[in-house]
Design a protein around this ligand. Structure first.
Ligand code: HEM
Length: 475
């Protein structure tokens, strides 16, 4: 069932896929001059940074009317939005070495964790990626499965005591507790836990504010959000130093990512220094918390709006377990659960767009792209494009069970693709499946918030989603 997700990963080694995408021949002629991509030059949208920050999804949809490769300006910089899955594949896979993450994404890295996996390039990135990969094998993730189920059950119990829940907030707390448990073994309700909770919210606030921050000149005074971030992260850094010292004394007692980071030995025998370990932890925090949190929020909200899907899910859960806690071994049987998650990630990809920049001027299709252009890979729009999806705006998890849907591989890319695809993809899918199934075993959800208007911030933010949650035993 994970085949569509793994398909993008299949080229993770970055090997060329030859001419299978049908564009390589053209792309190879980088000497040849091409056309300038069409775009809304001269229209009021052009250069409208605030429009982009506030109404990114609607803006992207409007741009798409110009074609599959569309030029625009924002934040005073040149962007080109890409809506063609085959061009996306060439950027991420077959010609990935001609692109880098680019100035736009690196600006985030400089704010958070310049030496973290998501923001390094070249040899430094390659060394880190292969050193960190062992933390994300199925065997390693399996060690966290029981804790995912246990933490979700505790949350379900907690949620059912309230008449109404703020689902976004509740999922954020649940996914934070799961992530913290796998990164470093700290009780979130302790004083140390408070430092971590503050760090998570400061990172979230800074990500949301960072679009605006990029517009400000470098000499502008730091904003209150940035000052709070600095203060909170100084405490977080102290905590990381203490945890590192403790792990160094008693490494064998822990089975978390922090221990793995400290154990990593590169080919030349060197180890990660403390500030790089810190940057990795922040990167995993940044990349692995709100993404899974909003994915779970959308999945629950979509599920609660579809009684027929819910009854099919109930049938699956009854067949899989007698109501006792789910385990890692149950995952293959949770097919409907997986379809719901995949469909939620299609309709509401937590990373609604991501970015690349050419290393030098090149041709993309027929278009000339200069090396200072940021390419926006428009996941949200591609995953709702009627050319690839029947009834694209409809929540239809069963579409994933139907054979024979022929669409380009990169018409679905919630976890990116190619060598830099999401390293946490398996972890996220296992977490989301176990969490959604455990919640559905124990409770019914009823929507209070009927309509969601997502905003493309650091993650695709659903805004406030209020729900009624009742334990199944009460029904
Ligand atoms: C539903 C949940 C998630 C989604 C939708 C998601 C999405 C993505 C996407 C689209 C990328 C590629 C960005 C690019 O190529 O520019 C990415 C990269 C990354 N993700 Fe995730 N992610 C999720 C969960 C996680 C989790 C749970 C972790 C870690 C615990 C994680 C860690 C990372 C890291 C470190 C990278 C950078 C990888 C590299 O550059 O080598 N993500 N993610």
């Amino acid at each position: 069932m994970m085949s569509d997700l793994n398909a993008n990963e299949a080229h993770a080694d970055g090997e060329s896929t030859g001419t299978s995408n049908g564009v390589e021949g053209e792309l190879g002629k980088s000497q040849q001059s091409g056309e300038i991509p069409p775009g809304p030059r001269g229209l009021p949208l052009v250069g409208s940074t605030l429009t982009l920050a506030r109404h990114g999804l609607a803006f992207s949809e409007q741009l798409h009317k110009y074609g599959d490769v569309v030029a625009y300006t924002a934040f005073g910089e040149d962007f080109v939005a890409i809506y063609d899955p085959e061009l996306i594949e060439s950027i991420l896979v077959s010609r990935n070495d001609e692109f880098w993450k680019g100035d736009f994404e690196m600006a985030f890295g400089d704010l958070f964790a310049p030496n973290g996996l998501a923001f390094t390039e070249g040899e430094q990135w390659r060394r880190q990626r292969s050193a960190l990969q062992p933390a994300f094998t199925p065997q390693q993730i399996q060690t966290h499965a029981d804790s995912i189920v246990e933490k979700t059950s505790i949350s379900a119990n907690h949620w059912s005591k309230r008449r109404e829940i703020d689902l976004r907030d509740a999922c954020s707390k649940l996914t934070l507790s799961i992530l913290v448990d796998s990164l470093f073994d700290v009780d979130l309700n302790s004083d140390r836990g408070a430092v971590i909770r503050n760090a998570a919210s400061a990172i979230g606030d800074l990500v949301d504010a960072s679009g605006a921050a990029m517009v400000l000149p470098e000499w502008a005074p730091r904003t209150p959000t940035e000052r709070r971030y600095d203060r909170v992260m100084a405490q977080f850094d102290d905590l990381i130093s203490d945890l590192i010292a403790e792990r160094r004394e008693a490494v064998s007692e822990y089975d978390d990512l922090l221990t793995l980071l400290l154990d990593v030995e590169f080919a030349d025998g060197s180890r990660m220094d403390e500030s790089t370990v810190r940057d990795q932890l922040i990167t995993f925090f940044f990349a692995g918390h709100e993404t899974t949190s909003v994915a779970l929020t959308y999945a629950i909200w979509l599920l609660s709006g579809s009684p027929s899907v819910r009854s099919r899910l109930n049938a699956e859960l009854e067949a899989v377990s007698d109501g006792s806690g789910l385990t890692f071994a149950d995952l293959p049987a949770l097919e409907m659960t997986e379809c719901i998650i995949k469909e939620a990630l299609r309709l509401y990809p937590p990373i609604s767009s991501f970015y690349r920049q050419p290393r030098q001027d090149l041709l993309l299709g027929n278009y000339q792209i200069s090396s200072d252009t940021t390419l926006q890979l428009a996941t949200y729009n591609i995953q709702r494009d009627p050319r690839w999806w029947d009834n694209p705006d409809t929540f239809d998890p069963e579409r994933w069970q139907k054979e024979g849907a022929s669409r380009p591989e990169y018409a679905y890319l919630p976890f990116g693709g190619g060598p830099r695809h999401c390293i946490g993809m398996r972890f996220a899918m296992i977490e989301l499946k176990l969490a959604l199934a455990t919640l559905a075993q124990q409770m019914e959800f009823e929507r209070i918030t009927d309509t969601i208007t997502p905003a493309a911030k650091g993650v695709l933010d659903p805004g406030c989603v209020t729900m009624r949650a009742r334990p199944i035993s009460d029904l």
